[in-house]
Design a protein around this ligand. Structure first.
Ligand SMILES: [Zn+2]
Length: 69
């Protein structure tokens, strides 16, 4: 009985468990600050804070400038 239990413990993918924990701790803040979005006009990847949403489309600042002329 005791031997069987220890065999099962060795089969538990504890590396995966640790990895998930690590990701959850690491993700939150950084990912939000400089999230890249794709401009629907020129197709360039731009930081979220350098883009605007117009008519449900993501548009970068340079493209917005042309639209506003
Ligand atoms: Zn653009």
């Amino acid at each position: 009985m005791t031997v069987e239990v220890s065999e099962e413990i060795r089969d538990i993918p504890y590396n995966k468990m640790f990895h998930i924990e690590h990701v959850e701790i690491d993700l939150p803040e950084k990912a939000k600050i400089y999230e890249s979005v794709k401009c629907s006009e020129c197709g360039e990847m731009v930081s979220e804070h350098r883009s605007r949403v117009r008519n449900g489309k993501i548009i970068c600042i340079p493209c917005l400038g042309e639209v506003n002329k």
